[in-house]
Ligand binder design. Structure first.
Ligand code: SF4
Length: 234
């Protein structure tokens, strides 16, 4: 007998592996739940809050909530979509995101989500914070103006000896991403590309390679974010 767990998202019957979180299970069932901090295969952090869904009337992060039998989840509903849009707007005003001049434009998950949720003028005032760029490592530029503090680089990127290269420094609104200068010296081109790909925005940029692929032919220039998941199972 199958040990799969039965549950529902927006009324659609879904199945999950025991212990699987709602976000990964939704993806496996062809349902897109947005997330910026989550990547399949790494421990969920629940930090970006974009994967908020409603379960039994409570708003919860899908990446940190295990599926339970009979769970009924509301995902694509106006209340949750507006909450997601407000988080996207907040991320834009908290940093300095100038998409037309960003090397990651078209490959940026934040930009793609702003299009998906039809962001116009954010409801919050722009902060225009002053942030330092770190271009000291041989292969990477750390562009803190675009960092959304999702922690993906810290959780998903290790060097060949399993050591963290990225880490947070400072606290509160001064929290910032840093790169270990010594370890960064030994990064290969492949490592640098992997780090750039892990970052959902344009905060980790490979030196001299950022604009290799022309704007207009990049990932989200061609396919809206999430549509690859939604087209897997119909
Ligand atoms: S540098 Fe990129 S991956 Fe790392 S915390 Fe900032 S936004 Fe997230």
């Amino acid at each position: 007998m199958s040990d799969k767990i039965k549950f529902k998202i927006d009324g659609k019957e879904c199945f999950a592996e025991p212990g699987q979180n709602v976000l990964d299970a939704a993806t496996d069932n062809g349902i897109y739940i947005p997330a910026l901090c989550h990547m399949k295969g790494i421990k969920p952090a629940g930090s970006c809050r974009l994967c908020n869904v409603k379960i039994a009337g409570r708003v919860m992060t899908a990446c940190t909530t295990p599926v339970a039998a009979g769970m009924e989840i509301e995902n694509n509903i106006p209340e949750i979509n507006d909450l997601r849009l407000s988080i996207i707007e907040m991320l834009f005003v908290e940093g300095n995101h100038f998409c037309p001049s960003c090397e990651k434009s078209g490959n940026c998950e934040l930009q793609a989500l702003a299009y998906k949720y039809q962001m116009m003028v954010p409801r919050f005032p722009y902060e225009f914070p002053i942030k330092e760029i770190d271009a000291s490592s041989p292969k990477l530029i750390i562009e803190r103006n675009r960092c959304i503090l999702c922690k993906r680089c810290i959780r998903a990127f290790k060097d060949e000896n399993g050591k963290n290269i990225f880490a947070f420094k400072k606290r509160g609104h001064k929290l910032e991403i840093n790169i270990d200068a010594k370890l960064a010296e030994n990064l290969s081109d492949e490592d640098a590309q992997r780090a750039m790909d892990i970052c959902p925005v344009g905060a980790i940029i490979r030196k001299e390679k950022g604009f290799d692929e022309p704007i207009g032919t990049r990932k989200y220039d061609k396919v809206a974010i999430g549509s690859d998941i939604e087209s897997v199972i119909e």
